[in-house]
Design a protein around this ligand. Sequence first.
Ligand SMILES: NC(=O)c1ccc[n+]([C@@H]2O[C@H](COP(=O)([O-])OP(=O)(O)OC[C@H]3O[C@@H](n4cnc5c(N)ncnc54)[C@H](O)[C@@H]3O)[C@@H](O)[C@H]2O)c1
Ligand SMILES: [Zn+2]
Ligand SMILES: [Zn+2]
Length: 339
Amino acid sequence: MKAVRIPEANEIEIIDLPEPEITQANEVKVKIRRVGICGSDMHIYHGTNPLATYPRIVGHEVAGEVVSIGENVKNVTPGDRVVIEPITYCGDCYACNRGRPNVCNEVSVFGVHEDGGMRESVVLPEEQVHKVNAEINWDEAVMAEPYTIGAQATWRGNVEEGQTVFIQGAGPIGITVLKMAKLRGATVIISDITNERLAFAKENGADYTINPSEVDTVTTINEITNDEGANVVIDAVGSTQTFELGIEVASAAGNVVLLGFNATPSAIAQMLITKKELTITGSRLQTNQFGKVVELINEKKLTHNGLITHKFPLSEVKEAFKFVEENPSIVRKAVITFD
Ligand SMILES: NC(=O)c1ccc[n+]([C@@H]2O[C@H](COP(=O)([O-])OP(=O)(O)OC[C@H]3O[C@@H](n4cnc5c(N)ncnc54)[C@H](O)[C@@H]3O)[C@@H](O)[C@H]2O)c1
Ligand SMILES: [Zn+2]
Ligand SMILES: [Zn+2]
């Protein structure tokens, strides 16, 4: 079978590997149909993801079809459409025992710490595959993993009906946060420095948009919220400035959720945090979000609606990475097809 491998930073190759076979009774063999290209795949490609090791088969946004199952597998049968949950963990540490295995010390992400889904077939334990309805097309199914990131962020921020949520960044992650916040019944303000991305956010349910390079964000949020501030701020940019701004525009008793992996410190005074009694949380990957997201996809309440802008066959994966890299203004999400 063919697989896409990053042998070392800035190189990409299509290699031939032996077909994987089921060896354990709890395993499922999946024929891959779609794999999304994510910002983190680009970081692995460029050698700027500190968690990745090489050589690496990338791909953690994966949808495919079950082709065979081990004898103890109960929840899927051959022919089922599935999406892959890309994390494994120890099950034994403090975080795992707290129901937060996504931040297990030994967490291993499919396509980052271990070989992922950008290959024609993969064998995984049953727990890592989630069945989607047969009528859900592959382009909808492949978005499940990105939606779980938005689901996690809105869960970490306790987003509730009636709240005003301010999302910074209308990239693919900001859009998944937007979709989940709207499904939770919030009023959503979203910012981006690109008007095209803001227009797309508006089409996907944003109530208000802000371009911080054109208007003052603090003033605009105060106007929208009658000086209350945003009840939940979710940072899907991850710059030092967006963290600082988030603390500033959060309402009293508000939540600030961070998604970025920026290692540069922000300048944040205690005063605002204490005075407003803010809750600041990180949100990493997801925990227990696949079930809910798959249900929403099955109910067609979560649809990509133009989020997938480009598709490339496996044979053109090099061109795909190059295109994504060179065209950030027109690519929202590109996917590799295995038809
Ligand atoms: N925690 C997690 O589990 C997780 C998972 C995936 C991605 N991420 C992180 O989420 C962030 C967003 O990911 P993405 O793939 O959508 O990235 P992206 O680069 O496609 O999107 C970021 C968007 O932010 C906009 N932006 C830049 N500066 C801004 C500013 N000052 N104010 C408002 N908008 C601004 C950009 O124009 C762009 O549209 C990244 O930091 C990424 O590392 C986190
Ligand atoms: Zn991703
Ligand atoms: Zn653990």
